[in-house]
Design a protein around this ligand. Structure first.
Ligand SMILES: C[S@@+](CC[C@H](N)C(=O)[O-])C[C@H]1O[C@@H](n2cnc3c(N)ncnc32)[C@H](O)[C@@H]1O
Length: 340
């Protein structure tokens, strides 16, 4: 055990004030700072401040804080993106993942301010606290939020999509439908990597134009189609492979089991269900992002929670899947593959 005099509060301080750093990055994304620097090249503090429309008081500290946090470079007083922020936070690039950061800045950040209340009451703190009971109905009633949320999902899932395209044995399968597809990042990643695969996405009707436009941007409209529907009220479409990404964690245990059963029923014998999430490690100790994602589900809706690979394999076995395995994808994400 460490001697008391060797202990420091550094890690506590760093975590306790982590929201300062986090919100500084989120505001930079919200202000499109990285897109501006990518387009306009290195700018000095005055040029950057004027182009972003910021008040002089905090601007220099804001830019230099981003330098200190490793999100900007500064040479001879001129600011530029780092290689990472240029690749992932410039909205003009197809690799942009800022949608999830924009959503974090505008929605999740204020909602997380009520985490203590959520822990005490078990009640969500998102739009449904003041709006309707149905999270997606409430969110999708506002077209800007619908577009923002689905783009955020692409930011969240892009790396997992590339990993699913690379790691799953697609040569054994020909069709795929992503259940709850949002913009369609996963079928687009799979179809881009595998010419023989066709299919599409299934989601609530308001998502259709958003899916169609994203798929058209990737020149895949001839191979990927949208099926509108409600996965609780309607049967699921069939395909060799069904995908559910960040779907099960939105719902309570009974709903999770129902969705797994519906996927099993829709698949042909030998078909596969790929469930991917920021899966919590079986020891519930290491994947902090997965555990915090589960708290985010507490904030977002009435019954959702994240789970371990072992949990999901157990539910899959109960639904009838003959075999299942867990494989890491990218960052905090892993997939659970169930074979019918
Ligand atoms: C958390 S998002 C996940 C999006 C995407 N799979 C991903 O991981 O990037 C949940 C998705 O499920 C869709 N969804 C929610 N309720 C649904 C329902 N009852 N029927 C069909 N889709 C639904 C939402 O529109 C949304 O696209």
């Amino acid at each position: 055990m460490s001697k008391p005099e060797a202990l420091t509060p550094d890690s506590i301080m760093q975590l306790g004030f982590g929201f300062w750093a986090s919100k500084t990055l989120l505001s930079a994304v919200e202000l499109r700072l990285f897109g501006l620097l990518s387009e306009a090249g290195p700018l000095d503090a005055d040029q950057l401040r004027e182009r972003l429309g910021l008040h002089p008081r905090g601007a220099r500290d804001f830019f230099d804080a981003l330098v200190a946090l490793g999100m900007l470079d500064r040479t001879d007083g001129r600011y530029s993106n780092t290689p990472e922020t240029d690749l992932f936070l410039d909205p003009a690039k197809p690799t942009y993942m800022g949608g999830i950061m924009e959503m974090s800045s505008v929605r999740l950040y204020p909602f997380w301010g009520s985490l203590t209340e959520a822990l005490q009451t078990g009640q969500p703190q998102s739009e449904i606290k003041t709006g309707g009971d149905d999270f997606f109905e409430t969110l999708y009633a506002d077209p800007e939020k619908l577009a923002g949320f689905t783009a955020a999902m692409t930011g969240l899932s892009r790396a997992a999509g590339d990993a699913i395209a690379a790691k799953f044995r697609w040569r054994d399968y020909h069709t795929v439908i992503d259940i709850g597809c949002a913009q369609g990042a996963i079928p687009v990643a799979i179809a881009t990597a595998h010419d023989h695969v066709t299919g599409g996405g299934f989601d609530l009707p308001p998502v259709e134009p958003i899916f169609n436009s994203y798929v058209a941007q990737h020149d895949l409209s001839d191979r990927l189609q949208f099926s509108p529907g409600n996965f609780f009220a309607d049967p699921l479409p069939t395909a060799d492979v069904l995908v559910m990404g960040h779907i099960l964690h939105d719902w309570d245990l009974e709903e999770k089991r129902l969705l797994l059963q519906k996927a099993y029923d829709a698949l042909p014998t030998g078909g596969a269900l790929i469930v991917y999430e920021a899966l919590i490690d079986d020891d519930r100790r290491y994947n902090a992002f997965g555990l915090l994602m589960s708290l985010n589900m507490l904030i977002e809706g009435p019954g959702g929670f994240d789970y371990t690979g072992a949990d999901c394999r157990g539910w899959m076995a109960d639904a009838g899947f003959s075999n299942s395995y867990v494989e890491h994808l990218a960052g905090p994400d892993s997939m659970v593959v169930g074979i019918k």
